[in-house]
Ligand binder design. Structure first.
Ligand SMILES: C[S@@+](CC[C@H](N)C(=O)[O-])C[C@H]1O[C@@H](n2cnc3c(N)ncnc32)[C@H](O)[C@@H]1O
Length: 444
């Protein structure tokens, strides 16, 4: 199709038909871009819509060859990461690459090496965030973004976000959006680069606040709070039960997940971990004091042995993936569901062990209710939104990695009066009040 079109353009320009034919054949090649990429520094333009495919879905041997050639494409990455790398390497000085591709790499872990390459060696001139539009004829699960990258020293990056309700984008809108401060269809801001090659995307006013707050405040963990993920078992069907008589009572530990959090309160639905650990050590199968626990594990031996963690540790096949460390979780904590549209911290007592669909915060410096009030504020939510990967549902991932990036005042910088008001707002789930105080304290 491409050859026919190019040929017709050449013919219109009165090129000799035979020459037109040989040129189109020479110019337009169908190849594996990852195996036969253009040579280093040979291209002025690279334009593409690379495949949205997990490396894991590609034939194993081929995937190994790809990864050897394009080291930025890590195990969990998508193929498009390799296309970015191959395309960028082929750019000559001043050459430009324009891709439309999923935008996850700009925020997630597997995108870190690509972000580093761009932070250090290329100018990412423009990102057009297409979240609110559907640029493809058929729906795709990923959120695409257009990126314009030049091989030249790193520069600041314009981020254009198509406003809600605008369904299609034209190049004219983009040109105008870059030039004007106020454009009705497109909102412009600047990409905020943080340490560790983390990028934040937010409306310009938030970018300025985030920049101020990273010089004014400490990160959440530097103020003495620790963010952890709950425990992964690898087989919740076996390890999590609502039956309080399933095994010996001493081997049942109350667990909590998103199900137990209802509109800001802990409302325990009554589930337990069938717990193979005691004081941080795996209980031996031969242990005489818990016969029902071990016969239960024996009954589910095949399923448990099938887990990756058991195949790697066959002699301890009854373990959960993570080992719950008492001193980490056996204390009051704030629970935060991993997917939500805002931060909804919920206070839980020391008896509850969080499952891995929750993150939890403990602290020996913070009064957790004061911290909870601060986290409930819209300003805190906006900050996490700037770092987090948005889901197609519009929800956010509240992973530990994003929560840890929050910048807040230290507990002793919060006046007794504000602390009292935050506590009250937290207890009464008054997000409006929490937001008013948060805006003032987190303003930076
Ligand atoms: C997202 S589609 C884009 C298709 C078309 N360029 C467009 O914009 O409509 C990605 C394309 O990349 C092709 N593709 C997948 N792996 C490839 C590879 N290793 N080398 C070259 N093309 C590849 C797929 O066949 C698919 O047509």
């Amino acid at each position: 199709m491409a050859r026919a079109r190019v040929k017709s353009v050449l013919l219109e320009a009165a090129v000799d038909p035979e020459i037109a034919e040989s040129l189109t054949t020479a110019w337009i090649l169908e190849r594996d871009f990852l195996l036969e990429a253009p040579s280093e520094s040979s291209a002025r333009w690279v334009v593409g819509n690379p495949p949205y495919v997990r490396v894991g879905e590609v034939d194993h041997d081929l995937a190994v060859r790809y990864r050897n050639l394009w080291p930025l494409m890590r195990r969990r990455a998508d193929l498009y990461i390799g296309f970015f790398e191959a395309g960028l390497r082929s750019l000559e000085d001043g050459g430009v690459q324009v891709f439309i591709a999923p935008d996850r790499w700009m925020r997630n872990q597997y995108g870190e090496p690509l972000r580093r390459l761009l932070d250090e060696d290329f100018a990412l001139e423009l990102v057009v965030d297409l979240h609110s539009t559907q640029p493809f004829a058929s729906r795709v699960a990923a959120y695409p973004a257009v990126t314009v990258i030049r091989r030249s020293p790193p520069s600041s990056t314009d981020v254009l976000r198509v406003r809600k309700g605008v369904e299609s984008v034209t190049s004219g809108m983009i040109t105008q959006g870059r030039a004007a401060t106020q454009e009705p269809l497109i909102e412009r801001s600047e990409l905020l680069r943080e340490s560790g090659h983390r990028w934040a995307f937010a409306p310009q006013a938030h970018v300025e606040r985030l920049r101020r707050s990273s010089s004014t405040f400490l990160s959440l963990e530097e103020t003495g709070a620790v963010v952890r993920a709950g425990i992964a078992t690898g087989a919740d069907r076996v390890f999590v039960t609502s039956d309080s008589t399933l095994v010996e009572r001493a081997a049942l530990t109350p667990v909590v997940g998103p199900k137990d959090l209802r509109s800001g309160e802990l409302s325990w639905v009554g589930r337990y971990l069938v717990n193979p650990w005691r004081d941080g050590d795996l209980l031996p199968l031969a242990s005489q004091d818990l016969p029902r626990l071990f016969s239960y594990f024996e009954d589910h031996k095949r399923e448990l042995q099938n887990r990756y963690v058991s195949r790697r540790n066959p002699e301890t096949w009854w373990r959960t993936i993570d080992r719950p460390v008492d001193e980490n979780w056996r204390r009051p904590k704030l629970l935060i569901a991993d997917i939500n549209h805002q931060i909804e911290p919920v206070l839980a007592g020391e008896e509850f062990l969080p499952l891995n669909t929750l993150f939890y915060i403990t602290s020996s410096t913070w009064d957790l209710e004061v911290l909870g009030g601060l986290l409930m504020s819209e300003t805190a939510g906006d900050s996490v939104r700037a770092y987090s990967v948005a889901m197609s549902s519009g929800s956010l991932r509240m992973s530990a990695q994003y929560l840890r990036l929050l910048r807040i005042p230290a507990p002793d910088e919060i006046s007794a009066e504000d602390a009292k008001r935050l506590t009250t707002a937290f207890r009464s789930r008054d997000r409006g009040e929490a937001s008013r105080i948060g805006a003032r304290l987190l303003g930076g």
